[in-house]
Write a protein that binds this ligand. Structure first.
Ligand code: ADP
Ligand code: MG
Ligand code: MG
Length: 200
């Protein structure tokens, strides 16, 4: 994984675009099983990162990822903020500690575990973790970018039949079944944006 400043600026732009394009859909998913703000929350987060993109991209990668995480925590607002924030900050910290040949998959696994601790949630709880776990597994297995993006989409879709055990959707109990989790959906969108970039 060798990302230069131009790569990072491009990736920030692509993630922002992806969320912007699907903002309404994320809002609708969250209206069904939450409070309807997930699209707006994610848009606010990605807009905040986008505004800082030049300063962020000028940083060494570990510091840049930590900064993105912090901006997301400060700007997303909802439950997803600290979770996406933890993911990025832990990735940054992991890369800072690691050597050049540091295994990105192992660092990602640590970061996903930190998100799970932060949310006190695990596989099958119908959250963004239900996308992060399989994506992490595909990356550990050196899957091709398009395969990873497809896996993320399928994983988000699979949350539809799950019963929510964490977050606002859990208040609905069995009525949460039949709706895709908004956080899982945004996570699949961001995974797709990033994977399409690495495909090229
Ligand atoms: P809020 O619920 O505060 O309005 P958002 O709508 O922005 O926050 O985000 C909701 C998403 O956050 C959910 O769809 C779910 O994926 C994720 N989420 C919420 N709580 C948790 C948790 N405890 N662990 C993991 N993910 C969670
Ligand atoms: Mg919400
Ligand atoms: Mg909310």
């Amino acid at each position: 994984m060798r990302l230069n400043a131009a790569d990072l600026t491009a990736l920030i732009g692509l993630c922002r675009e992806q969320i912007e394009q699907h903002c309404e859909r994320l809002g609708r998913l969250d209206s069904a099983i939450g409070d309807g703000d997930h699209g707006a929350n994610m848009r606010r987060g990605l807009e905040a990162v986008y505004r800082e993109r030049d300063a962020i991209s000028a940083l060494p990668l570990p510091a840049a990822l930590e900064r993105i995480g912090l901006v997301l925590v400060m700007s997303i607002g909802g439950a997803a903020g600290p979770l996406y924030g933890t993911l990025l900050m832990e990735l940054g910290r992991g890369l800072a500690v690691g050597e050049e040949e540091a295994d990105f998959a192992a660092i990602l696994a640590q970061a996903v575990a930190a998100v799970a601790r932060r949310g006190r949630s695990g596989p099958g709880d119908k959250t963004l973790l239900d996308v992060l776990y399989p994506v992490q597994a595909e990356i550990a297995g050196h899957a091709a970018p398009l395969r990873i993006a497809e896996c993320a989409r399928n994983a988000a879709q699979a949350t539809e039949m799950m019963l929510a055990r964490r977050g606002r959707a859990s208040y609905l109990g069995a009525r949460s079944i039949g709706h895709e989790d908004p956080g899982a959906s945004s996570c699949a969108l961001l995974t797709r944006a990033i994977c399409l970039y690495f495909k090229e």
